[in-house]
Design a protein around this ligand. Structure first.
Ligand SMILES: [Zn+2]
Length: 302
């Protein structure tokens, strides 16, 4: 039986994301093998993998790519993951400031978490984070990004099973939640998203099921107004299939674009497998989503 898969995947994380392990080239190889026309590698908070994307594309000229990133923003109504497609290959000065803010945030957040746990009586140091990062991340990513925060599962396993600081993740999370010491918020939406748009990028609200309280139209309107997004990630592993047509119709009603992706973080041959529920190109997004997106932004191939 032939396996079902989409013709594109616009939500992928490579080892250049702090919580992912798949090499960039693997995505191009998989796309070529399955006959996908387009992919977008959407690292958390930066585009550090772009030079490798450009190199990999040379080996797989049949696969086009869209420069992209997934930027998480803080707002008065919560924190939201935004898939940004069509970013310039050379960031504008304004976008450079945005990426610098995220690079700082990732290191500061890691340091603040260590400080919080230590103040609360559970010692955890930057050196330990570095050791954990080196377990699953290539050195080249640490050289560029520094000692960031650590993938949650790896960190929990270390603090709970190896260091035996906590009996379980809930105990640790409750301690963080109830501490007087606060962790730094993500960069603000009104700093990040206008910079993306002025650089020619399109902004999509990612995996919106929770953000939209499933299908709460007034919540959807409220977030559309505040975030001013260009579109919605209508298909994603966390979006039940019956919701995809509902989100798609909302896009049509409001002149928005639709995107889709698998949110894959690892491939089956990676030593560390994160987000196992995601499988490359496994989503029900339709080819016409891509056609509509490409009327607004360019795709590239070698
Ligand atoms: Zn993601």
């Amino acid at each position: 039986m032939a396996e079902q898969h989409a013709s594109f995947d616009f939500h992928l994380h490579s080892c250049w994301s702090y919580d992912a392990t798949c090499p960039v080239e693997t995505y191009f190889a998989q796309a070529a093998k399955l006959g996908l026309s387009h992919i977008a590698i959407t690292e958390h908070h930066q585009m550090d993998s772009l030079p490798e994307v450009v190199e990999a594309a040379k080996k797989y000229p049949q696969v086009s790519y869209i420069p992209a990133a997934e930027l998480t923003v803080h707002t008065p109504k919560g924190t939201f993951d935004m898939v940004c497609l069509g970013l310039p290959q050379v960031p504008t000065p304004e976008l450079q400031q945005v990426f610098a803010a995220y690079h700082n945030w990732q290191r500061n957040y890691g340091d603040a978490l260590c400080a919080l746990l230590s103040v609360e009586g559970y010692p955890y140091t930057r050196k330990e984070r570095e050791i954990l990062l080196k377990r699953y991340r290539p050195q080249k990513t640490i050289d560029v990004q520094g000692i960031t925060h650590v993938q949650n599962g790896i960190q929990n396993k270390y603090l709970i099973e190896e260091k035996k600081l906590f009996p379980d993740a809930d105990t640790k999370n409750n301690l963080i939640w109830n501490s007087n010491f606060s962790l730094p918020p993500y960069p603000e939406y009104d700093f990040v998203l206008p910079a993306v748009k002025r650089a020619g990028g399109l902004v999509f609200i990612a995996h919106p099921r929770g953000y939209f309280k499933i299908n709460d139209l007034s919540r959807m309107d409220e977030l559309r107004e505040m975030l001013d997004f260009d579109g919605i990630e209508c298909a994603h592993p966390s979006v039940p299939v019956e919701l995809t047509p509902f989100y798609r119709q909302y896009c049509k009603d409001h002149g928005l674009l639709s995107t889709a992706g698998s949110d894959t973080h690892s491939s089956p041959d990676c030593a560390y497998q994160f987000c196992k529920e995601s499988k490359f190109a496994d989503h029900i997004g339709e080819k016409r989503y891509v056609e509509e997106i490409l009327e607004r932004i360019p795709a590239f191939h070698a």
